[in-house]
Ligand binder design. Sequence first.
Ligand SMILES: [Zn+2]
Length: 146
Amino acid sequence: MSRGSTTFPALIWLLVLLAVVLCLPLLFLGAIFVLSAFHPDAVAQGKSLPRAAIGGILLLGGLLLAALAVVLARNATRGAGRPGDLSGGVASGQEPPGEINLKALNCPHCGGQVDASTARLNPEGTLTLTCPYCKGSFLIQEEPKW
Ligand SMILES: [Zn+2]
């Protein structure tokens, strides 16, 4: 885990967890206050309005924290790739316009596999490849399409 190019969203997940943990008691207390506001005793004592107000504020705070948790979680999952996914954050899917056929090529001298991306284009249209094993170079020409 030495990839430090992008910020690992551990801090964001901590905030998400914190928001969820905080929003649950707020919602719970808010629901209790709102419910108790409509209790016959509270209504008789004129306490229903302040209780409903307190309950409403608690519920609102809890909902805001829940929404915050959702937004943070979305950003965290969108911003970083899954562990082991090296394509995360990199614009992928676009293949370079390749005039070179990047199929596996074998060295005619030693039979070793030659990386076609090391090819040098000659003025006559041929390609010079250098074998990484025997250091021998050879020409390839554009193969006719059948
Ligand atoms: Zn070779």
